[in-house]
Design a protein around this ligand. Sequence first.
Ligand code: F6P
Length: 370
Amino acid sequence: MAKFKKIGILTSGGDAPGMNAAIRAVTRHALSQGIEVVGVIGGYAGLLGAATETDKDVIAEKYLRPLKSGSVSKTITLGGTMLYSSRCPEFKTKEGMDLALKTCHEQNIDAIVAIGGDGTFRGATDLTNHGIPSIGIPATIDNDITATDHTIGFDTALNTCLSMFDYLRDTSESHARCIVTEVMGNGCGYLALYAGIAAGAVTIAIPEIPYDYEYGLNKIRDARAKGKRGMIAVCCEKMAKEGEENVAEHLTKLISSETGVDSRFNRLGHIVRGGIPTLRDRLVASQMGVGAVSLLLEGKSNLVMCLRDNRVTHTDINFALVLDRMYKNKLKDGDLEPFTAAQVEEMKLRCTRRAENIRELYEISKSICY
Ligand code: F6P
């Protein structure tokens, strides 16, 4: 069993409901194993900031907050992240890494648990490579980490979208309108697709599948011809190519001009990043938090926690990052070189399965809308 005196926990990138449940699980499990815990404030920026400060009290207040069991009491119900979050481009530079290492060495931080998305994992693998064993926990409302079936925050965000769509449905019904609503996703259509199906959207646009405007407009015409008053159309954000109008706004105008159905554009935006985490997000966060500490104690690092086939497991961070780039068609030269032929095959299989899963769900959405 590896010996750790103190571990640091941080949350980085876009916040996600359930991050606090993960912080709580890491803290409580580490404390139960006799390991001290510090919460790094504001993501990787907190590690850098602490290196520039000498006053112990200021460090503890602004950058590295000692966490006791009571520090995480009553946080499991809270959205956001009690450790705050940021995106920290300086951490990617040599100077930034030197500052982060200085902090870890001076403050006796032996290991890091980093909670966030793919940018967060890149930071965790860099730290591991510089001698600070690190483990990532996937938390983002986008569910865009290919290595895991579920990211912490996704379920809460879905349920928030669903409530908002239900509200929009009320007003769309009263005014006989189609409300085109755009949701976050950062290039990944899961949020729009799942919530759109569950809300009974008349048409859904996601980045993974080219949107067929004529098909969507016909659905709306048919629905109105059959007497449907209120309708919801759901679009994922950031779908337009450069110079093009955003899909959701473009569709809104086309509905009004081409179908005779009055329409309105709506953007849910950051609202779905907040809120009380659902049971699923709290449970997965708790399982992953405990799992991350246990793995560190087994002497393992450079891993990302995953949920696959409803089991909490883990995978190598580099494998996860390259798998992600393969799925998103962003592989860089030499990316696949460190992996065996069997691992590359495994990556391809996982990409195919994920793409198939999305296609199947999309077909379902088409066949059951009005
Ligand atoms: O990755 C989470 C996410 O909410 C994306 O869905 C969205 O595109 C992005 O972050 C928004 O980032 P910011 O909070 O910096 O506006």
